[in-house]
Design a protein around this ligand. Structure first.
Ligand code: PGA
Length: 261
């Protein structure tokens, strides 16, 4: 199991989704490593597609920027055509694995039970799972946001011990904000984070909610990052589109680092 992920300093993870070849990814990682020479604003992770993991890992070597996978199979090996196992990610130097991203929940039909298995498998394989949760627009508009978050947190954390829970990171990503240019307000993010923290307290043990890092994701850009990260309860961001270009992504990292004095 990985050690606990500290709430501070903040973490900004770039989710490249299905973008960047190995050579393009290595070039982007190299640009970020160059920017690091001016100092590291916060903890940073890059989650390239599987095919770019090795090249990006080489470009990041020794930099302190973390590497992560965008998904993983719950089994450690076997006859699962097209899938990637946690030990394979770990062998490439990954620290993180995103599990339960809404594009997999809603686009590929992944359910709570599968996501729970993936999160446990990540812990088993020495990876810090970034567990994504979040409501759709219809769920928000019908007043179901809290119910959805409670259900999603429950599914993954029920049965985990305190140390296991503390070795995870959660990303609150309202589905209506992902890739849409619509960003949650800092208040909406804080309210959702509070629901997640209170649920962790109930499901795992009292007090654990405050020690698990919760990132916000959904249309984070260098334009809105300062306002978002002024909200103390955000422990960082999971950034999609705006992580594909070095200078803008760096400004997001800087805003995250500056927002927590
Ligand atoms: P976005 O994606 O920043 O492009 O909205 C975030 C995510 O899906 O993790």
């Amino acid at each position: 199991m990985p050690g606990p992920w500290p709430r501070r300093p903040r973490l900004v993870a770039g989710n490249w989704k299905m973008n960047k070849s190995a050579s393009e990814g290595a070039a982007l990682a190299g640009q970020l490593v160059t920017l690091l020479s001016a100092g590291r604003p916060c903890e940073i992770a890059l989650c390239p597609p599987f095919t770019a993991l090795e090249a990006v890992g080489v470009a990041l070597r020794g930099s302190g920027i973390h590497l992560g996978g965008q998904d993983m199979h719950p089994e450690p090996k076997g006859a699962f055509t097209g899938s990637i196992a946690g030990p394979m990610l770990a062998a490439l130097g990954c620290r993180f694995a995103i599990v339960g991203h809404s594009e997999r929940r809603h686009g590929l039909g992944e359910n709570d039970a599968l996501i729970a298995r993936k999160a446990r498998a990540a812990l088993r394989d020495g990876l810090t799972p970034i567990v994504c949760v979040g409501e759709t627009l219809a769920e928000r508009e019908s007043g179901k946001t809290t119910d959805v978050l409670v259900r999603q947190v429950h599914a993954v954390y029920d049965g985990l011990g305190e140390a296991e829970a503390r070795a995870t990171v959660i990303a609150y990503e309202p589905v209506w904000a992902i890739g849409t240019g619509k960003v949650a307000t800092p208040e909406q993010a804080r309210e959702a984070h509070q629901v997640v923290r209170a649920t962790l307290d109930r499901v795992v043990t009292s007090g654990v909610g405050q020690s698990v890092a919760i990132l916000y994701g959904g249309s984070v850009t260098d334009q809105n990052a300062v306002a978002l990260f002024a909200e103390e309860d955000l422990d960082g961001g999971l950034v999609g589109g705006a992580s594909l270009e070095a200078a803008g992504f760096w400004r997001i990292c800087a805003a995250a680092g500056a927002g927590r004095g």
